[in-house]
Design a protein. Structure first.
Length: 54
């Protein structure tokens, strides 16, 4: 199945944090102006590309 980088990150976050913690920390993964972002529940955002580098 073809997945966007954000979808791959979303799925990998479960392996790292588990479902409960991921769902408490991450509000959304979304596109804006051709870039994919992760929005956290505290309102902060990070590029998916940057998250993969960490």
């Amino acid at each position: 199945m073809l997945q966007s980088p954000g979808q791959r990150w979303w799925n990998a976050a479960v392996s790292q944090w588990g479902y409960d913690i991921r769902n408490r920390l991450v509000a959304d993964v979304f596109y804006d102006n051709g870039q994919e972002f992760i929005q956290f529940t505290n309102g902060k955002e990070i590029l998916v590309e940057t998250a993969w580098r960490s």
